[in-house]
Design a protein around this ligand. Structure first.
Ligand code: ADP
Ligand code: VHF
Length: 261
């Protein structure tokens, strides 16, 4: 454990935050705020990695299709990130909890000096009982030429943050209740795996892409995140974010979702 308090990183994907009609899922956001604020009150140190900036940007402009052009997606993220933080900030304050925004790129965590500044900031926020809400800094994160600033996805970002913070657990909330032995969108007979201690080639093969309009990495990036946590000797739990109070069960060690590690 990083210190005497239990440290958690929770990641929530766009598919859980944005309704199929393109609007923000306020019920999920509210339950997430309630759950994380409650855990914070109980003495857990919690960081939230939240996707949804582009989705919230689309909702703000009442668009239904994600544009192809990178600059347009970045502009939507710039709009949506503010909207997302405004909603989080309001909801968390309903539960007497302050939040803070941390936007990251891969290079910031790769370079030791900037990484240390980031980690120092997290530590002060935890000491003050504030919940950091992390997203990729989408405006500058473009994977082109020699600028390797981008994460492939927030799943990978959340694992990197969790490893660096020496978090005890990474909880990934998605629109599905766990990892299946086949892509359930393609194979209705697919079976959920309750526990994975080692990623096999068959599992890698079973990991398909995103099933929704708004999600990005699908299961491929979630397995990468799981591998990063297991390599660090830590656990990742993948479960359904439709009702984020499921996190109470995860921290209580009840069998939910898929446990990696
Ligand atoms: N083997 C698998 N087990 C579970 N889900 C899978 C699998 N392969 C592909 N998927 C898809 O991955 C989706 C979750 O990833 P994604 O859409 O990126 O969500 P998020 O926005 O939560 O990151 C699921 O809804 C499902 O369609
Ligand atoms: N940074 C982007 C999210 C990218 C991403 O990884 O999305 P998801 O697959 O829903 O976790 C955004 O906030 O829209």
């Amino acid at each position: 454990m990083a210190n005497e308090k239990r440290r958690l990183v929770v990641k929530i994907g766009t598919s859980s935050l944005i309704l199929p009609n393109g609007r923000v899922n306020l019920r999920t956001v509210d339950r997430l705020a309630y759950t994380l604020a409650s855990l914070n009150n109980q003495g857990f140190q919690v960081a939230l990695v939240s996707s949804g900036a582009i989705g919230a940007g689309l909702a703000s402009l009442q668009l239904t299709q994600r544009p192809q052009e990178i600059a347009k997606q970045q502009a939507l993220a710039a709009i949506g990130q503010m909207e997302l933080m405004r909603i989080y900030s309001q909801r968390f304050l309903d539960y007497q909890t302050q939040v803070a925004q941390i936007l990251l790129t891969r290079d910031v965590l790769a370079f030791p000096v900037s990484r240390q500044h980031v980690l120092n900031t997290f530590e002060v926020l935890f000491e003050e009982g504030v919940i950091p809400i992390v997203n990729e800094n989408d405006t500058v994160a473009v994977d082109e030429l020699d600028h390797h600033t981008t994460f492939s996805d927030n799943d990978e970002l959340s694992a990197m943050v969790a490893v660096r913070l020496q978090a005890d657990q990474l909880i990934v909330l998605s629109d599905i209740d766990g990892f299946y032995d086949q892509n359930p969108r393609e194979n209705p007979a697919a079976k959920k795996l309750a526990r994975v201690t080692e990623l096999t080639p068959a599992m890698q093969k079973a990991a398909g892409g995103s099933g929704s309009n708004f999600g990005t990495g699908g299961m491929v990036t979630k397995l990468r995140a799981a591998q990063a946590m297991m390599t660090a000797g830590k656990q990742m739990v993948l479960c359904n974010g439709a009702n984020p109070t499921v996190i109470f069960d995860v921290v209580a060690g009840k069998p939910v979702g898929t446990v990696f590690g």
